[in-house]
Design a protein around this ligand. Structure first.
Ligand code: 5GP
Ligand code: MN
Length: 342
């Protein structure tokens, strides 16, 4: 293909490791998004098509708006079928990890994966991978793991245009991780790859409609509530944040994935370059961060909220109540003022 970042060495090592293994476990991160699910499923479809006994494991539940993806019924969810998942993980002769860089992103399944010494391949676009692996294709400049998974699958299969199911999964991953090609992360190869995926004959308009326009009424009302009642703007720090308590989330019948995207809205305010969303869970507060330009959202996440991520999209968690979390956030924010736009 024209523009390629994946190395021949990585492809040949991956080919050999795949050829040496029959039972292969693919795994993506908890709170899975379109990129995690799309790239994992695409690889699952490819590996089963060449006769491998592959399983795609997700640590926890997936969002409703992605449940139409091909082969979604084959996904093994650790949270709901732990015994079955543990047996699959223990029997895996090869583990392929997609779209995460730290094993704490495996949630409750982390222990079982760590107990299996099988070889591991990492395919991921988060900077500074810390997880154990034997070989890695790590490219933080990639828009999505799906983009990188496309390269791997097309190299392994020798085809620039994958089958429509694989193409549908990869297109969904690229679409969701680029915010429908909205973020600065898309680049020429994103569009070259997308063109090949469209050549596979996928139904682009249907996929976009499935991903974007089939949420529940309560999700949209939660979005309105969060923006109207629960957003605090701190103009002096070019920052705005939204915080939602467990009770509020329950009042809006919050489902997995419902708050996805909410954190992006404060960034659309003129003069705001850093945005945060805090959602209260049992015993901890989940934090999502987005930024514009050079403000390092991942630095704040890693240094203050046991997390990490990309420069402009990061997350973490704080093992305190939501009230204490936002108090702490406001307290540490001035220490990052040097990164704000002058
Ligand atoms: P989101 O805000 O959509 O949950 O996450 C955005 C990005 O932040 C993810 O792609 C991931 O890179 C990173 N991220 C989110 N939550 C965590 C976390 O708990 N730990 C780490 N290390 N990264 C996270
Ligand atoms: Mn991703």
């Amino acid at each position: 293909m024209e523009t390629r970042y994946i190395s021949k060495e990585f492809v040949e090592s991956a080919r050999k490791m795949i050829s040496d293994a029959n039972n292969i476990a693919i795994v993506a991160h908890k709170n899975p998004d379109g990129d995690a699910i799309g790239s994992g499923l695409a690889l699952y479809i490819y590996l089963t098509s060449i006769g491998k006994n592959a399983t795609f494991i997700l640590p926890d539940l997936m969002p409703n708006n992605l449940k139409w993806l091909p082969n979604v019924d084959k996904i093994v969810t650790y949270k709901t079928t732990q015994a079955e998942a543990d047996a699959i993980i223990a029997a895996a002769e090869l583990v392929i990890m997609a779209d995460f860089n730290n094993s704490n992103r495996l949630g409750d399944s982390q222990k079982s994966f760590d107990a299996n010494p099988a070889p591991r391949i990492l395919i991921d676009h988060h900077p500074f991978p810390e997880v154990r692996f034997d070989i890695a294709y790590s490219r933080p400049e990639a828009s999505s793991t799906a983009e990188m998974m496309y390269e791997l699958i097309s190299e392994l299969s020798g085809a620039n245009v994958p089958n429509p199911d694989i193409a549908t999964c990869l297109f969904t991953g690229i679409l969701t991780d680029t915010g429908c090609f909205n973020y600065s992360s898309s680049n020429p190869i994103t569009f070259t790859i997308t063109a090949h995926l469209l050549e596979a004959g996928i139904n682009k308009d249907q996929i976009i409609d499935n991903v974007m326009n089939h949420f529940s009424e309560t999700r949209l009302r939660l979005l309105g509530f969060g923006l109207f009642k629960k957003m605090k703007v701190l103009p002096e720090f070019q920052t705005a944040y939204i915080w939602l308590t467990k009770k509020e989330l329950e009042n809006f019948n919050n489902q997995q994935g419902d708050t996805e995207g909410l954190v992006n809205y404060p960034l659309t305010i003129d003069g705001i370059n850093f945005s945060a969303l805090f959602t209260e869970k049992d015993g901890l507060t989940k934090c999502s961060f987005r930024s514009r330009g050079s403000f390092p959202a991942n630095k704040v996440a890693a240094e203050r909220f046991s997390g990490g991520g990309h420069l402009n999209a990061a997350g973490g968690e704080f093992h305190k109540t939501i009230g204490k979390t936002i108090y702490y956030f406001e307290k540490v924010l001035p220490e990052y003022a040097q990164y704000l736009e002058k």
